[in-house]
Design a protein around this ligand. Structure first.
Ligand code: ATP
Ligand code: MG
Length: 400
């Protein structure tokens, strides 16, 4: 038995009123776009839900796409039966078997839309659960807190039967809350920060600083691969590759002590802010997590953050590493992130970077670098921008 349709639930708990309409339209558009290659599908919208008739298209394959649609709360494969008791009962049993495990408890919820059907919903609840219990001994009914709810909708021309609920990506539909620049390294954290920002409805453009030839092409390829993974949720993503070598070398030549990292990171933020302005983005997203390394103490973050006026969003700030890793595994960036790479910031690292820099001192050092502004503008003007699509990963991970 294969499903005949899919019922999709859009972010029903999240919003009210006018926003909700906008939200549903955005998710719906995204669903249509992602499923465009399956041309036999037909769609019906209905109060926060979408019914997709499969017409022979493959459910399993389609479900993999659905799991990556932002704003989609959950979905269920639906089996249909004619409006007659016996086929409804046998389809209900099959739908329960399709779960692939024996749940601790269940209940049947029948909704009779077609009032000409001879049994009312109360009777049907009993008739269907009796059939299921007969075929699946050991199963228990729990009407208050069932582990599984077997739903039967008696429609005008047929009945819809389903029990399985698959999680969608949840959150807000893509881009409904504006656009931000994601500062993306090759590490574990920033791709996760990017995913969480996207799930919160932000469209992102990625910004990566490289110090080629001190950092290799491979490090850049790695970043492209990470962006390609994020693009599975967000459609094509713009990646800005910023050459940081000149600025970095020059800063290092004139100052190479414990505030070096602070100064370089402030420059990175300033450049990203310039790119944000040029690309109509209204925030910067980074992958900092409080306390993780020297530049991620509150003191450092205070001094670094003050380099810019634009809001800086740090989705991971209060998260534990384990939690971050779990998300990285879920979105499939973890295995790319753990490949070896050089990060521009770890080059020329001073022996003891300051964990509590002084803003006044930092500003006065920067002031002496009267060429700094010019170098930042140079970096912006030499930035290379490319579009990255989903499924564009290189074979690069096989090199290791
Ligand atoms: P990640 O795992 O994301 O690399 P991290 O724990 O290594 O983060 P840092 O190296 O201190 O931490 O970097 C903090 C944040 O600064 C990163 O999460 C990222 O947003 C940004 N960042 C660091 N290096 C780069 C880079 N080369 N290009 C763009 N952004 C960067
Ligand atoms: Mg890093």
């Amino acid at each position: 038995m294969v499903p005949d349709l899919i019922v999709l639930r859009l972010g029903e708990l999240v919003l009210k009123g006018r926003n909700r309409h906008r939200f549903e339209k955005a998710v719906y558009d995204q669903i249509r776009k992602k499923l465009r290659p399956y041309d036999q599908l037909s769609f019906n919208r209905d109060f926060g839900r979408v019914y997709v008739e499969l017409n022979g298209e493959p459910y399993e394959e389609i479900s993999l796409h659905l799991k990556k649609i932002l704003g989609l709360t959950s979905f269920s494969p639906v089996y249909t039966a004619p409006l007659e008791l016996a086929p409804i009962q046998s389809t209900a049993v099959e739908a329960m078997r399709k779960l692939g495990y024996l749940p601790g408890s269940f209940k049947v919820s029948v909704k009779r839309v077609n009032k000409s059907f001879p049994h009312d919903s109360q009777e049907m609840n009993k008739l269907v659960s009796a059939a299921v219990l007969r075929e699946m001994p050991g199963l228990k009914v729990n009407v208050n807190q069932p582990e599984v709810e077997l739903k039967v909708e008696l429609r005008e021309e047929r009945s819809l039967i389903y029990s399985q609920v698959e999680a969608g990506a949840g959150g807000f539909p893509l881009g409904t809350n504006g656009k931000a620049m994601l500062m993306l390294s090759g590490g574990i954290d920033s791709p996760v920060a990017g995913f969480l920002a996207m799930r919160q409805g932000l469209k992102i453009e990625a910004v990566h600083f490289h110090s080629y030839p001190y950092t290799s092409e491979r490090s850049q390829q790695k970043v492209k691969d990470l962006v390609s993974k994020l693009a599975e949720y967000g459609g094509d993503i713009k990646l800005h590759l910023v050459p940081f070598t000149n600025l970095q070398t020059r800063v290092h030549q004139s100052y190479s002590q414990n505030l070096l990292i602070t100064i370089l990171r402030r420059a990175m933020f300033r450049i990203t802010e310039k790119l944000a302005d040029a690309n109509d983005a209204s925030a910067i997203v980074t992958g900092e997590s409080l306390g993780q390394v020297a530049s991620q103490t509150l003191g450092s973050m205070n001094v670094i953050g003050r380099a810019v006026e634009i809001p800086v969003i740090q989705p991971l700030i209060c998260m534990e590493k384990q939690q971050i890793i779990r998300i990285a595994e879920m979105i499939d960036t973890f295995n790319i992130s753990i490949l070896p790479h050089e990060d521009c910031c770890t080059l020329f690292l001073p022996p003891s970077p300051s964990t509590n820099p002084n803003l006044r001192v930092v500003k006065s050092i920067e002031k002496q670098m009267d060429w700094l502004e010019h170098e930042m503008d140079q970096a912006v003007s030499q930035t290379e921008t490319i579009w990255i699509q989903a499924g564009q990963q290189s074979e690069f991970s096989n090199f290791f």
